[in-house]
Design a protein around this ligand. Structure first.
Ligand code: LRH
Ligand code: MN
Length: 384
């Protein structure tokens, strides 16, 4: 394997979400699972397992209030003791009764102040945990035309984002997440990358866009958005998952591994394989076991990245310059059709890891241990 590819793969960093280790589901049913964590400490212990077996998942994203604790410094020390760090802090202004008509865009100034208060509290938690990234997703929107004024809501949103931006400390940033629809079904106030990008550009370099791969209209060319935002220096990161229909939050690469490859190719081509870009998973393992689901997901991103790194850039550029349509496409497909599992198995052995993380985790007895220990208490979930 070329040294640069090996070095890039060893340096890859994928962040797992604390909420993927808790119970999750749909409006129809949340199927509880044995051994599920009861608190953020146990969630972080499970995330540390994913890092232990993959070697490339050293941080955990938190979600507030799902991961609220009395002492965030102690939680960060707990994580460090397990060999992981606290990643992005995710705000949550989508589950409080007061936010029915919106959070930062709500017509009621008192509700807007409450929402802003939560966002600023999340920056305090960044200070306490050493996190440098705040992730902002707003469920804000309307369900019927005329329900509220589109322009006024954008003014309110811009005002709140500016206040959060001003609160950010040295080395801190926020990532603004967009989503086409759900839970709002007529208008979402940050529905697409263009809206998120425009708000971020107005504020400054500490405001960047996060691309959640499940948040686009069917047929959207997501890798174009990635290439464009990278070129603009406004790609802050990804919420990786996959979907067949809507925001299904399935394992990344499971529904469309070719799309994930195309996205990672634009990341590699655009110089995006670097620590400033947060490669986060945002998934729900509604029916499958959660820790193996996360391990498989990290491996899916790793495989797509390895294939992207194998693209013969010189041959591709030559074919593109020559207008050789089929030749250029073939260069990309050759990389995509390369079985990278043997080289990744070898890489893991070089990293002192078992070449087969899924088998190694299954043999570790960790699941049997947590299933026996985690009896009683309240299993973690979305607390909706
Ligand atoms: C919204 C979203 C957002 C998170 C939530 C868990 O759909 O993608 O990133 O806050 O899922
Ligand atoms: Mn997301």
């Amino acid at each position: 394997m070329r040294n640069d590819i090996g070095a890039a793969l060893r340096a890859q960093r994928i962040e797992t979400p604390s909420w993927a280790y808790g119970n999750s589901g749909t409006r129809f049913k949340v199927f509880a699972q044995e051994g599920v964590p009861r608190d953020p400490y146990e969630k972080i212990a499970d995330a540390a397992q994913v890092h232990a077996f993959t070697g490339i998942a050293p941080t955990v994203a938190l979600h507030i209030p799902w991961d609220r604790v009395d002492d965030y410094g102690d939680l960060a020390r707990h994580a460090a003791g397990l060999g992981v760090g606290i990643g992005a802090i995710n705000s949550n202004v989508f589950q409080d009764d007061d936010y029915k008509l919106g959070s930062v865009t709500n017509p009621d100034p008192a509700v807007r102040r409450k929402a802003l208060g939560h966002l600023l509290e999340c920056v305090d938690i960044m200070d306490a945990t050493g996190s440098d990234t705040l992730k902002l997703w707003f469920s804000d929107g309307t369900n019927y035309p005329g329900q509220d004024d589109i322009r006024a809501r954008q003014d309110r949103l811009a005002e709140a984002l500016a206040a959060v931006y001003d609160r950010l400390g040295e080395g801190q940033r926020f990532l603004l997440e967009y989503k086409l629809f759900e839970p709002a079904f007529y208008l979402t106030d940050v529905p697409d990358w263009g809206t998120a990008y425009a708000h971020c550009v107005k504020l400054g370099s500490k405001a960047q866009v996060v691309v959640d791969t499940g948040h686009h209209a069917p047929g959207t060319n997501i890798e174009f958005i990635v290439a464009f935002l990278l070129r603009e220096g406004r790609l802050g990161g990804f919420d990786f998952n996959s979907r067949f229909y809507a925001d299904d939050d399935l394992m990344v690469g499971a529904a469309d591994p070719f799309q994930l490859f195309r996205i990672m190719y634009e990341v590699v081509r655009g110089g995006g394989l670097r620590p400033e870009i947060a490669f986060m998973l945002d998934q729900c393992h509604n029916i499958e076991p959660k820790i193996p689901g996360q391990i498989r997901s990290v491996m899916n991103v790793q495989e797509a990245t390895a294939k992207a790194l194998l693209v013969d850039g010189e041959a591709l550029a030559a074919a593109q310059a020559a207008g050789d349509v089929l030749g250029a496409n073939a260069v990309l497909m050759d990389a995509y059709n390369t079985d990278v599992r043997p080289l990744l198995a070898a890489l893991r052995e070089e990293m002192g890891l078992d070449p087969d993380p899924m088998r190694a985790y299954a043999r570790s007895g960790y699941f049997e241990k947590i299933r026996a220990e985690r009896v009683g208490g309240t299993q973690a979930g979305w607390g909706a």
